[in-house]
Design a protein around this ligand. Structure first.
Ligand SMILES: Nc1nc2c(ncn2[C@@H]2O[C@H](COP(=O)(O)OP(=O)(O)OP(=O)(O)O)[C@@H](O)[C@H]2O)c(=O)[nH]1
Ligand SMILES: [Mg+2]
Length: 432
């Protein structure tokens, strides 16, 4: 017997419509009591009246019969007028008739429990909801389509074959099966490792697709960092002045370019100072540079060949090219004029530098840290297994392979612990 849960599935606040979802054993009976005329068959919307204690809501209703629903349970959706009060009244009516409020992600968690989705599907849904660029949404859609899930199951199948072969050899040692098995095991593990490494290596691009590129703009005072930020954003975001030390705090702002998100941070001009606030500003500037994916080291002096001290990749930007005249300069750098506003060359260079174009053609990118960490752990276990093949007995090898199989299973959720599953679903919004 499963509780019947109810929640608003669309966003809160003023809107054209709101969708209220109910799922559980009694969902259809409750809906039949409050909505008339009730749809004659499942999966079809019907217009009718939903009676609340305050007013009659002219709405639409659709129901789905278990297991043919998102959650795998009996499910009902009411499509009502938008806004806060209508949805609230409809939810209250469902509660009065025996439903209980859903927790965050509870509909999806029930879908998982009923075998309607695996963890990577669920994480794909979260990524799609959170996506702010089409590339981030595409990464989520790939998860939702189970592209990663299928690849992981394939790798797990190979490992399972390997373990079974090892166990046969262990059970029948007199058959002298051990030697060929060790060689086959090694080969199979190496194949899985190659595929795992290929997947892991897509995570760099996956990060670009999901989060974008963090770019810190640093340099001496007055070189035009804030002007550059404004030009890159196409808005008058930061204060610009000819007074040195205008920018004191870091200022972050994002902009999309060719479907990639660039997260720019403007920073305080770097110089020695006795001013307490400026010292803090410079400290923050350095911190921003050290945590960025790439640093734009800005200068307005064509003879300046200095390098900003950081381990991060950097690009030297000569700004104020409108003042340079025709001096040929700076082959190794980008020459721009923030004043002219045309700074697309910076975005284009960053776009190429991070191979962002490959996102379009990519089939599957690892965008989720949990998946990446499972893969890295499985990789370690398989590398141990290969090592053990030469050093120790087959049972130790088999154990390590089983460990890797288990670790990979955490990705789709077949071997994941309850608390991991709960953590994933709690990230969902209410009503999802
Ligand atoms: N001619 C010309 N002037 C520019 C250009 N970019 C910025 N400036 C001027 O340079 C001065 C400093 O610009 P800001 O953008 O405030 O410089 P900043 O590097 O942010 O300075 P701080 O915040 O003090 O570190 C302003 O007077 C800008 O108008 C440019 O491309 N050409
Ligand atoms: Mg500034």
């Amino acid at each position: 017997m499963n509780n019947t849960i109810v929640a608003l599935s669309t966003a809160r606040g003023r809107a054209a419509i709101s969708v209220i979802r109910m799922s559980g054993d009694d969902a259809i009976q409750i809906a039949q009591k409050i909505f008339r005329p009730f749809p004659q068959q499942p999966n079809m919307l019907r217009v009718g009246t939903l009676k609340t204690q305050y007013f009659n809501e002219h709405a639409m209703c659709v129901y789905f019969v278990a297991p043919h629903s998102y959650t795998g349970e009996n499910t009902v959706e009411f499509h009502c007028h938008g806004g806060t009060a209508v949805a609230q009244a409809v939810i209250e009516t469902c509660l009065d008739n025996g439903a209980i409020m859903a927790q965050n992600g509870e509909f999806s968690k029930r879908a998982f429990i009923n075998g309607k989705q695996n963890l990577t599907n669920a994480e794909g849904i979260i990524e799609m909801i959170d996506a702010e660029t089409a590339s981030a949404a595409k990464a989520g859609a790939n998860l939702l389509e189970n592209k990663l899930g299928k690849r992981i199951v394939q790798l797990q199948d190979v490992l399972l074959d390997t373990v079974s072969a090892c166990e046969v050899a262990l059970d029948y040692p007199e058959e002298d099966l051990e030697l060929p098995t060790v060689e086959t095991a090694k080969q199979q593990i190496s194949d899985v490792l190659t595929q795992l490494n290929a997947l892991i290596s897509t995570s760099t691009l996956g990060k670009v697709a999901k989060y974008g590129i963090d770019v810190a703009i640093v340099g001496k005072p007055n070189v035009g960092k804030s002007s550059l930020l404004n030009a890159l954003l196409g808005t008058d975001r930061a204060i610009v002045s000819d007074i040195q030390g205008t920018t004191r705090d870091t200022l972050s702002e994002s902009v999309n370019y060719r479907d990639i998100r660039f997260n720019f941070v403007d920073t305080a001009g770097l110089r020695e100072s006795t001013d307490e606030i400026e010292i803090e500003g410079v400290k923050r500037a350095k911190k921003a540079a050290d945590s960025a994916d790439v640093v734009l080291h800005v200068t307005d002096d064509p003879s300046d060949r200095s390098v900003y001290p950081t381990v991060r990749p950097q690009i030297r930007i000569y700004n104020k090219s409108d003042l340079f005249g025709n001096e040929p300069c700076c082959v190794d750098s980008l020459v721009v004029s923030a004043k002219s506003g045309n700074v697309d060359i910076i975005k284009e260079t960053l776009y190429e530098m991070f191979s962002a174009k490959d996102i379009e053609t990519s089939d599957l990118l690892i965008t989720n840290e949990r998946h990446l960490s499972c893969m890295k752990r499985a990789k370690q276990q398989l590398e141990n297994a290969v090592k053990f093949c030469d050093q120790t007995t087959l049972d130790v090898v088999a154990n390590e392979i089983k460990g890797a199989w288990q670790t990979l299973g955490e990705i789709t959720g077949t071997t994941a612990q309850e608390n991991i599953i709960d953590r994933i679903y709690s990230k969902f919004c209410l009503g999802k």
